[in-house]
Design a binder for this molecule. Sequence first.
Ligand code: ZN
Length: 241
Amino acid sequence: MKPTLKAIWHRCLLCLQATEQHICTLCLADCGFIHSHILRQNLLIHNLNDSEQYFVHDVIINAKFDELWVLDIYQYPLTVLIPKLKFYNQPHIATLLAQWFVLYRVARMDRLPEALIPVPIHWRRMWQRGYNQSHLLCAELSRRLYIPCLENNVKRKHHTRPQSELNLADRRTNIQDVFTVDTDSLASINHIAIVDDVVTTGTTINDLCRSIYQVAPHINITVWCMGLGVFEPSVNKQTTD
Ligand SMILES: [Zn+2]
């Protein structure tokens, strides 16, 4: 009897059915970001009068960077996948998200950055968790795109409370001048991308941008994030305050 090649079977990360991929074809068909025309672009150049609620999002209104690309709004399937990546040490989810981001977002970009920078976490949280999810994403994107990942050139100086434990007002005061940036590493680079898993208010990213501009004022900064959090966007504040 001839030996036959067997496919490597996994459980779908979303429905747990057997599949040859990380996500089965039925679940993949339910992923709205694949078909979203709006998300296939730099969200900062989109017309702010657009009826889509998230175009009056705090991240977009207060952006200190030049481009914003997101895989999806922070909704299903990211609400299932990202907590597993962030809190349950499932690095293969970074592989999947990076694969999607390259396929559905990077393929639409006119220009690519010269280097990638993960949003750093403090060494104490790194020690507690064992890894930085933004670094896992950044490393996967770096490997697929042949763009260097500058994981050691930006560091977090202070240990701050996790943003996810704070309300909006506290989030804004929790992060102040907490990053140090290695000047030499950015001197010859004109365009970087900051990589993060979820951006909710943009406070952390904006603070990181300010720290980078202090040592490299010439630089263009793009933000690549997997999920744009819909936590209290400005449009809601106007109607509920
Ligand atoms: Zn499935």
